[in-house]
Design a protein around this ligand. Structure first.
Ligand SMILES: [Fe+2]
Ligand SMILES: [Fe+2]
Length: 245
C-alpha cells in the first residue's frame, strides 16, 4: 500500500466528553490553542534532556516496562513531560511526571496478542483493548503509589489522567494536557517513529507524513507544537524521507 492509497486514520472525535464539566472548566481557563508556554521551551533532540528521579516508582513498575516497548516509551515520554513542565511551571510537576510514568503500565495486564491486532488497527482510537489498558493502568497506579507514600487524593488525580489518556479526546486539566502531549511527542523521536511505524505496519515516509498532518494538530500546548515540529524536521532529514518513499 502506498502513501497515496493509504486511508487516513480515523479522526479523533473532539465532541466526545467535550461537555464534561472538567473539560469545560479547562477550556475556560485556557481558551487559547495551542496554549502558549510561560516558561522556556527546549526544542533540542530529547537525548539532550533525559528525565531524572522517581527511582522508586520506576523500580516498582519494572515488570510493566517489559511490554510493548514501555521500557523505551515510558522514559522517553517522561523526558518530554519534564520539558513540558519546565515550559508550563504553573502545572503540578509531581502529578504530571507520576502520571506519564504510569500511564501505559496497563499494557502489561491485557492480552498481548490483541495489542497489535486491535490496538493498532484502522479504528485504533476506539479499540476495546485501549480502554482495557487505561483501566489496568489505574489498577497499577492504585497498587504502587500508596506504598510509596502518595496520598489517596494524589493517586485519584493520577488515575483521572490515566483513565481516558488514549480514548478521550479532550483534556480535563493542564496536567492532563501535558501528559497527553508528552505521550504523543514520543512518536516524533527516532525511537518512537521506529516503533510506532512498525506497530501500524507503515512505511517510515508515510508515518512521518501522518505525524505532520494528523498528530501535530492534536497537540494542545504550543511548547509541544514547537518540539514536535523541530523533532520531525530532524527525523525527516536524517531518515531521508523525501527521497525514500
Ligand atoms: Fe496508552
Ligand atoms: Fe503512551
Amino acid at each position: 500500500m502506498t502513501n497515496k492509497t493509504l486511508p487516513a486514520w480515523e479522526q479523533a472525535d473532539a465532541g466526545t466528553h467535550a461537555d464534561d464539566p472538567r473539560a469545560v472548566a479547562f477550556n475556560a481557563q485556557y481558551p487559547a490553542r495551542p496554549i502558549p508556554a510561560t516558561g522556556p521551551v527546549i526544542t533540542d533532540t530529547i537525548c539532550a534532556t533525559p528525565s531524572a528521579g522517581f527511582d522508586a516508582l520506576w523500580k516498582a513498575i519494572e515488570p510493566e516496562t517489559r511490554t510493548r516497548a514501555n521500557d523505551v516509551h515510558l522514559p522517553v515520554s517522561t523526558a518530554y513531560a519534564t520539558r513540558l513542565c519546565d515550559a508550563y511551571p504553573e502545572a503540578d510537576r509531581e502529578l504530571v511526571l507520576a502520571a506519564i510514568i504510569l500511564h501505559d503500565t496497563g499494557w502489561a495486564h491485557v492480552d498481548e496478542d490483541r495489542i497489535i491486532s486491535e490496538g493498532f488497527s484502522s479504528n485504533w482510537r476506539k479499540a476495546t483493548i485501549r480502554f482495557e489498558h487505561e483501566a489496568e493502568g489505574c489498577v497499577v497506579a492504585r497498587r504502587v503509589l500508596p506504598e510509596l507514600g502518595y496520598s489517596e487524593d494524589f493517586v485519584e488525580k493520577v488515575c483521572e489522567i490515566i483513565d481516558g489518556h488514549d480514548t478521550r479526546q479532550v483534556a480535563y486539566s493542564l496536567e492532563d494536557a501535558l501528559v497527553r502531549d508528552s505521550d504523543r511527542l514520543w512518536r516524533f523521536d527516532r525511537a518512537g517513529i521506529m516503533a510506532s511505524s512498525s506497530w501500524f505496519g507503515m512505511a517510515i515516509s508515510d508515518y512521518v507524513d501522518r505525524l505532520q498532518r494528523e498528530i501535530i494538530p492534536e497537540l494542545i500546548t504550543d511548547a509541544a507544537h514547537q518540539i514536535a515540529t523541530a523533532d520531525l524536521a530532524r527525523a525527516a532529514a536524517l531518515l531521508r524521507t523525501e527521497v525514500i518513499r
